[in-house]
Design a protein around this ligand. Structure first.
Ligand SMILES: Nc1ncnc2c1ncn2[C@@H]1O[C@H](COP(=O)(O)OP(=O)(O)OP(=O)(O)O)[C@@H](O)[C@H]1O
Ligand SMILES: [Mg+2]
Length: 358
């Protein structure tokens, strides 16, 4: 079925994305470090999973760290533990490392000071890949969360792996482009990764025609009745964000028919989800200024328009402070900066236009 609850797993289940799929496969064959970037729900996890479906892979999902203030190495190891290959040979190599114990297919990492050395752990996986004549893909989904790692940075390990492991390729996905750059600092001569080649793939929302085709194809498959006018209206609201289109697809399949009322309900529900995530961010940062900025940017706004709006709400604000707030909203993927500042998510725009609060 085209509409599904979770991410796509297999290549044949992907709608469209032929070019990006091919580019990613080629990059995974030839490169050491690949980034897959795109806004929330655009289909990064699906593409990453489908493109590595038949590959030796370690799939580390860091999404759960999104709302944490910080992440520890033990947290990272806990996520890594469940992602390891279920191969006797790989586990045997890992079991020789201090801090790793293996019983059957279960791996335990010692915590705190006794925890295994990450380069050694990756080296064991590299050796396993070499012995199997495979190229191992280490996928780190929502890798930018590692910028919150306490007690040492992840980047030196990545740089070391880049230089020394010949049978491992890293695929990092991220929906917060600014944070990803802050983590990797590719253009900073002081960064351990400086000068390394990184292949970057940007995943965009579907173009309008493709978004319409996606809905029409899924509706035809599940026997949903709809009018072309409502299909257009749905894409007006949801853009080509495939996660939102799938959500509408699933809800409509349940109802059997796409009506004006159902579309309104689904948009409202989906907007609540998107808005709830943004409110988590506002709470985590502890300032309502982000909320005012997002309201002001509902229809797109320039720097001075945002400043004026914020000053009406909160009184004088200095330029440096406003720039810092905006940078943080851009880094976290809520806003994008073109000719004006604009909200990246169509449903965030809906919520902001309606003046929702947290
Ligand atoms: N190419 C595709 N064909 C069909 N469905 C897709 C495709 N890409 C994504 N989807 C659907 O869209 C939804 C969101 O996709 P996915 O989780 O891969 O996006 P994401 O960018 O990783 O999102 P998030 O930012 O929340 O992690 C999923 O339900 C998935 O089934
Ligand atoms: Mg994802």
């Amino acid at each position: 079925m085209l509409f599904r609850e979770g991410p796509v797993d297999r290549p044949e289940e992907l709608f469209d994305r032929d070019e990006e799929f091919k580019e990613l496969r080629d990059a995974l064959n030839g490169r050491r470090l690949v980034l897959l970037l795109g806004v929330r729900r655009v289909g990064k996890t699906s593409l990453a999973r489908a493109a590595t479906y038949d590959r030796a892979r370690v799939y580390v999902d860091l999404r759960e760290f999104e709302w944490r203030q910080y992440v520890t190495w033990d947290d990272f190891y806990a996520a890594l533990r469940t992602a390891l290959p279920r191969s006797k040979k790989a586990l045997d190599l890992l079991s020789r490392i201090s801090g790793v114990s293996v019983a059957g297919f279960t791996v335990e990492f010692a915590r705190g000071r006794g925890r295994p050395h990450l380069p050694e752990t990756l080296k064991a996986l590299d050796e396993w890949a070499a012995a199997e004549s495979k190229r191992l893909v280490v996928v780190i989904d929502e890798a930018q969360e590692l910028y919150k790692l306490k007690g040492g940075s992840f980047t030196p390990v990545l740089a070391w792996a880049y230089d020394n492991l010949h049978n491992v390729v890293f695929l990092l996905t991220g929906s917060k482009v600014g944070l990803m750059h802050r983590l990797l600092r590719l253009d900073d001569p002081e960064s351990p990764l400086y000068g390394r080649y990184v292949h970057v793939i940007k995943l965009s929302p579907l173009p309008r025609e493709k978004a319409l085709e996606f809905l029409a194809k899924g509706f035809a498959e599940s026997g949903v009745v709809y009018s072309p006018r409502l299909l257009e209206a749905a894409v007006d609201h949801l853009d080509g964000v495939i996660g939102w289109l799938s959500y509408l697809g699933l809800e409509t399949t349940r109802a059997g028919k796409l009506t004006e009322e159902l579309l309104r309900e689904v948009v409202e529900k989906a907007a609540r989800m998107a808005w709830g995530e943004f409110c988590n961010f506002v709470k985590l940062r502890g300032t309502a200024r982000y909320l005012h900025i997002v309201h002001a940017a509902a229809e797109g706004a320039t720097w001075s328009e945002l400043k004026r709006y914020l000053e009406i709400k909160e009184g004088p604000i200095n330029d440096a402070e406003l720039s810092r707030l905006l940078k943080s909203l851009v880094d976290e993927g809520w806003l994008e900066k073109g000719e004006v500042y604009r909200l990246t998510d169509p449903l965030m725009r809906y919520a902001a236009k309606n003046g929702w609060r947290c």
